[in-house]
Design a protein around this ligand. Structure first.
Ligand code: MSP
Length: 501
């Protein structure tokens, strides 16, 4: 069986409710998954939850719950969130599932047998919040550690270590030989810079039971559980194994945020090499959202609740804003005013107005019956479709939306230039009016096809209003001329109701 296009998100810690950042990452991956399907590829899209480790154990303890019970409760909210975003994920991994745990243990046993691990004693400064030992380089000039590390304790303990250092040059060579392995390129340069200027320290892959028990036991030493990052990264491979007949590995894209690049671009490739598996084709790194220029933080209350935004404005308004506002790479800033302004200008007055007036005029002047084909906007539509296809292949989602909106703007100008409301008053212009109405209705249809990966609900509504039942899920349907003469459209209705604010 041919290999599927396999795309993943990071798996989220279940120590709280989903926020804008998680929603953004999931939507990026969903749009890419839908886009690939629309270009004829078979796709497998994985998202899920990272349930072990200190963060989760502490969060459960704070609520006086057993970690598993705590995870089970929150997992329901996270799965509901995935549905709320209308993600087309093919599976939802939870790292507490036996199918994952067994794979992690088998992997550990195999790597241990092959001599990749050794046991050693270590004394050092440990950040509870980051679940990691800090090095001298992490110290501030005054000798203390940044407050972002939370409580820092001096600990001495035995642990198992993974020999990373031996693979450093191999990793540098691999990244240099594969220019698309880490995208955007500035992230790649950061990783290369890090690898060339530092000696990789071996990775501690265990935690003593005395300090942490919420983890996967090491199969070769019951006194330890697996370090949460080793456990978590393996999800991408454990789920490929769980769906072995689909032939998923290697992953095509891991979508992640900029804070976890080192885990994905340094540790994970070396783990895979030790496991004897090929590397993912690409690690696609997005930036971080702020709100009103400040860090999103539960404790300061500077948050956006995606569910509240979706309930008020609709899912597609949310999907549109995050994709249109922020390219994959740089950091972004959410403002409520910016959100409303895009909603009004681009969705309500742009796309919504175009579809509504095009279909309303067809209804009023031609009783909703599509006139004979005309090709005046065909070249504009073909340009938008070609650009969208090319940009989607490069995961340039923001640029693809810009291109699609180029067609929205062109079609709205066309209404103003051709003035169908004037043509309708002059019986001698009946044929010209037919042409204009065809071009507008067909452009609306093509917009629905192009928008389908981004705004699936809106695309479906446009098709419904056009009186067409099955929204085609292939981009090829964006070819000009799909609407046929004599077809009767459905009922126009506003796609994005104007809001008084
Ligand atoms: N559990 C780890 C990932 C393990 S992957 C094998 C983790 N979880 S997380 O819940 O903290 O973050 C999940 C993803 O959300 C990460 O890719 C992270 O970058 C992203 N985001 C978290 N906050 C974000 C913003 N404010 N903005 C954009 N994305 C952000 O890390």
């Amino acid at each position: 069986m041919s290999k599927r296009f396999y795309i993943t998100t990071a798996i989220n810690y279940v120590n709280g409710q989903p926020h804008l950042g998680h929603g953004y990452e999931a939507i990026i991956a969903d749009v890419i998954a839908r886009a690939r399907r629309s270009m004829g590829q078979e796709v497998f899209f994985l998202t899920g939850l990272d349930e072990h480790g200190q963060k989760v154990q502490q969060a459960a303890l704070a609520e006086k719950k057993y970690p598993q019970e705590y995870c089970d409760e929150l997992a329901r909210d996270w799965q509901a969130f995935a549905q709320k975003l209308e993600l087309t994920n093919d599976d939802f991994v939870r790292t507490t599932q036996p199918r994952h745990k067994e794979f992690v243990q088998a992997t550990l046993a195999k790597l241990h047998a092959a001599g990749h691990f050794y046991k050693a004693s270590y004394t050092g400064f440990y950040s509870t919040r980051e679940e990691t030992f800090l090095t001298e380089k992490d110290r501030l000039p005054d000798g203390t550690f940044d407050a972002s590390y939370g409580e820092v304790l001096e600990l001495k303990e035995d642990n198992y270590y993974f020999r990373l250092g031996a693979h450093q040059q191999w990793l540098i060579d691999t990244i240099e030989a594969n220019p698309d392995f880490i995208a955007p390129s500035y992230r790649r340069n950061e990783v290369l810079g890090f690898l060339k200027n530092n000696t990789l320290e071996d990775l501690c892959i265990s935690r003593p039971l005395a300090r942490l028990n919420w983890g996967i036991p090491l199969p070769f030493d019951p006194e330890f559980v697996t370090y949460v990052w080793f456990d978590a990264l393996v999800n991408y491979a454990s789920m490929a194994a769980a769906h072995a007949p689909l032939n998923l590995w290697p992953a095509d894209i891991h979508v992640i945020g900029k804070d976890i690049v080192k885990f994905h671009a340094v540790y994970w490739p070396i783990m895979l090499k030790a496991m004897g598996l090929p590397l993912p084709k690409q690690i696609l790194v997005h930036g971080w959202w702020q709100k009103d220029g400040a860090k999103i933080s539960k404790s300061t209350g500077n948050i956006i609740d995606p569910i509240a935004v979706i309930n008020e404005w609709g899912l597609d308004a949310f999907r549109f804003y995050v994709l249109r506002e922020l390219d994959i790479g740089p950091d972004g800033n959410w403002t409520d005013a910016g959100f409303r302004s895009r909603y009004q200008a681009e969705l309500a007055n742009g796309l919504g107005n175009l579809v509504n007036r095009s279909l309303s005029m067809l209804k009023r002047y031609r009783a909703g019956v599509v006139p004979a084909r005309s090709h005046e906007l065909a070249a504009d539509a073909a340009k938008a479709a070609d650009e969208t296809r090319a940009l989607l292949k490069q995961n340039q989602l923001q640029a693809a939306l810009q291109s699609i909106w180029g067609l929205v703007t062109r079609a709205n100008q066309y209404v103003d230039q051709t003035a169908p409301f004037k043509l309708a008053k002059d019986p001698a212009q009946a044929q010209r009016l037919d042409e204009v109405l065809y071009n507008l209705a067909e452009t609306c249809r093509i917009l629905a096809v192009l928008l389908n990966p981004f705004l699936p609900g809106t695309a479906q509504k446009i098709y419904g209003q056009l009186g067409l039942t099955d929204l085609p899920d292939k981009l090829a349907a964006a070819a000009w001329g799909g609407l046929t003469a004599g077809h009767t459209i459905g009922e126009p209705a506003p796609l994005f109701p104007r809001k008084d604010v």
